[in-house]
Design a protein around this ligand. Sequence first.
Ligand code: ZN
Length: 150
Amino acid sequence: MTKNLFRSAILIVSVALVGSAAAADCETTVEANDAMQYNTSEITVDQSCQEFTVHLKHVGKLPVASMGHNWVLSKTADVEAVSKDAIAAGAGDGYLKADDSRVIAHTKLLGGGEEDSVTFETSKLKSGEDYEFFCSFPGHHALMKGHLKF
Ligand code: ZN
C-alpha cells in the first residue's frame, strides 16, 4: 500500500514536470504547401513567454512567383486592410506594405523548399485581443489563415 502511494507520488511529480516544460515552449513550426494550406489553424502563445518564434516551412515544390507563402500576424480587425495593401505593394515588396505598423510580425515570402523564422516580443500582444495569422500572397488569405491566442 505504501509502495503504491509512493509510486503515485512519483507519477504526479513527473506529470507536473512535463507540464511545466510544455508551458515554456515559446516557438512553433508552421508548414505551408502547394495546395495553398497551412498545417495549423490555431497557435497559442503562453503568457510566460517573453518572446515567441514562428518557423515557417514551405514544404511544397512550386516557385515563389506562383505559390509564395509567408506568415503575417495582425489583429483580426486589421487583416482585411493589411491584405489589401499587401496586394497593392506587389511581388517586388514580397506582397507586404513596407513598415506596416498594423503587422505585428511576419516572415519572408517563400517558395517551395524554403524556410524562414520570425521572433517577436509578446509585449506587442494584449490578452483577450483577437489575432489572426495569414498568407498575404494574392488570393491565399481565404484559405491560409488561423487564429493566434495569447
Ligand atoms: Zn501563400
